[in-house]
Design a protein around this ligand. Structure first.
Ligand code: THU
Length: 159
């Protein structure tokens, strides 16, 4: 029997359609992207996280000559956040990725490994994290939880 899983996401047409705090996250993800250390792929990614206390934490992708030792912007940022604010809820995660010299881009969704890592923190904090991924010029996709992007997910309930 064939079954279907439906995923929900919101398409936000432009930067001007964002709320003030969302604009701050967009701006931060875009500016911190400039700190990417990505000499091998030349693909620069920035990530901004909003905590429930109003603080914004940000990070970028960090590559390595031993390629698999590098880390995506989303995991760099969320691991640092949990390491330093273990008991503060994460409300939103914003990501912007594009080739180094690009002027325009498409919204880049978090890779599979990052989806799995973000899912772990939703479980840890027992609450959803809103995910936004945006193009450089402000086309944005938003989901209410990482589960929308990782519907058939593996978590601790199976262990
Ligand atoms: N990258 C991210 O930082 N986040 C993603 O979701 C996709 C990929 C990074 C990893 C690597 O440094 C570069 O982009 C090219 O894959």
């Amino acid at each position: 029997m064939e079954k279907e899983i439906k995923i929900n996401f919101e398409a936000i047409p432009s930067y001007n359609d964002l709320t003030e705090i969302e604009k701050k996250l967009f701006d931060k993800a875009k500016s911190v992207r400039e700190n990417a250390y990505a000499p091998y792929s030349n693909f620069w990614v920035g990530c901004a996280i909003l905590l429930e206390n109003g603080e914004i934490i940000s990070g970028s992708n960090q590559e390595n000559a031993a390629y698999p030792s590098g880390l995506c912007a989303e995991r760099t940022t969320i691991f640092w956040t949990s390491a330093n604010y273990p008991n503060v809820k994460i409300e939103k995660l914003f990501v912007i990725g594009a080739p180094k010299d690009a002027l325009t881009s498409a919204p880049i969704p978090p890779c599979g490994a990052c989806r799995q890592a973000i899912l772990e923190y939703e479980a840890k904090q027992k609450d959803e994290i809103e995910i936004y991924f945006a193009s450089l010029d402000g086309e944005i996709f938003k989901t209410k939880s990482i589960r929308e992007l990782l519907p058939f997910s593996f978590d601790a309930s199976f262990l």
